[in-house]
Design a protein around this ligand. Structure first.
Ligand code: HEC
Ligand SMILES: [Cu+2]
Length: 319
């Protein structure tokens, strides 16, 4: 192709906004660069050795200039700051109807799981025009999930979940990168994002052998790790039922209230002592080091799938 392409294709709902911010930053920087270098060159020529110009009198009162340039620079920084912060917050606040996709980074591949149980490695199929919410984590070191055509990148950090969302706007194939140096084959850690028409996407989903869904696998793990012994409502230990938990505010023993999101559930499993549900004994053992990221995602998906159910037996104590 003869044309010079300076930016990657714009293929997501965030792309145009991000490009405007980038253009504004570039514009402001270019303006300052030209101003400073322009004045430097001007003065070099004007006050060169031997030129006949007035060199004696320095300008007297300059506070107006000082205040003006300090004020204007400050204002420009504030505008850029709020602009960038607004964009950042929007990218990290997924709309309610978004489809969840789980991504686990590991040396050196991206493992992707669809809610229906379809799995992919280094490839992500998504439908065009539908919002997609990514829940990202890493199994070993810090990776970074970057799709230039969507203008998103987010670190995948071991031990925590990061969520962000995007909505693809153009059918096509786009490059996926790991944008955080993560070891020997970092440069090969990447893949392809395949954006499809919703009907093609549905056909693709159906053609995959889904196996059990994440939530179904989570349910099996919930039994095999012994969670159901306490949380099933039948045991002797008084433990909260997990039906209807996801997305609700949970009153804690120390008086705080937190929303039961992915992070809360994950932390409840790995660090049960950190946030103890009000009214319950702190007897849940920590499962840190025993449950890998893959299984954690499944357990979280299972507990999430209980969100619309209600436990018939146990009542949650009033806050
Ligand atoms: C020995 C009994 C026991 C076992 C085993 C156990 N839990 Fe718990 N769990 C509790 C108790 C008691 C609480 C409430 C006190 C607290 O927050 O630590 C709790 C709290 C929780 C919460 C927070 C619930 C809320 O209402 O805020 C989640 C989520 C959870 N457990 C998930 C699990 C999972 C998943 C497993 C298996 C990997 C598991 N638990 C195993 C006893 C247990
Ligand atoms: Cu990586």
């Amino acid at each position: 192709m003869g044309s010079l392409q300076l930016l990657p294709p714009t293929a997501s709902s965030h792309a145009a906004d991000m490009d405007w911010l980038f253009a504004a930053l570039l514009g402001v920087s270019a303006f300052i660069l030209l101003l400073v270098f322009g004045l430097m060159i001007l003065f070099c020529v004007r006050y060169r050795k031997g030129s006949k110009v007035e060199r004696g009198n320095r300008l007297g009162r300059t506070w107006r200039v000082e205040v003006a340039w300090t004020g204007l620079t400050f204002a420009a920084f504030l505008v850029l700051y709020f602009w960038g912060a607004d964009l950042y917050v929007r990218i990290h606040s997924p709309p309610g109807e978004a489809t969840d996709i789980y991504v686990v980074g590991k040396q050196w591949m991206w493992k992707i799981e669809h809610p229906g149980g379809q799995r992919e490695i280094d490839t992500l199929h998504v439908p065009v025009g539908r919002p997609v919410r990514l829940v990202l984590t890493s199994q070993d070191v810090i990776h970074d999930f970057a799709i230039p055509a969507f203008r998103i990148r987010q670190d995948a950090v071991p031990g925590r979940y990061e969520t962000l969302w995007f909505m693809p706007t153009e059918v096509g194939e786009y490059r996926l990168f790991c944008a955080e140096f993560c070891g020997t084959w970092h440069s090969r850690m990447g893949g392809t994002i395949v954006v499809m028409e919703p009907s093609d996407f549905q056909r693709w989903l159906d053609s995959q052998d889904p196996g059990p869904s994440l939530a179904q696998e989570g349910e099996a793990l919930f039994r095999s790790y012994g969670c159901s012994g306490c949380h099933g409502g039948a045991g002797t230990v008084r433990a909260p039922r997990l039906e209807g938990l996801f997305g609700r505010p949970v009153p804690l023993e120390d008086g705080r209230t937190v929303i039961a999101d992915d992070r809360y559930i994950r932390d409840s499993i790995l660090m049960p002592k950190a946030e103890i549900a009000a009214g319950y004994p702190p007897v849940m053992p920590s499962f840190a080091g025993q449950i890998g990221e893959d299984d954690l995602l499944k357990l979280v998906a299972y507990i999430k799938s209980l969100a619309d159910k209600t436990a018939d037996s146990a009542e949650r104590p009033a806050p």
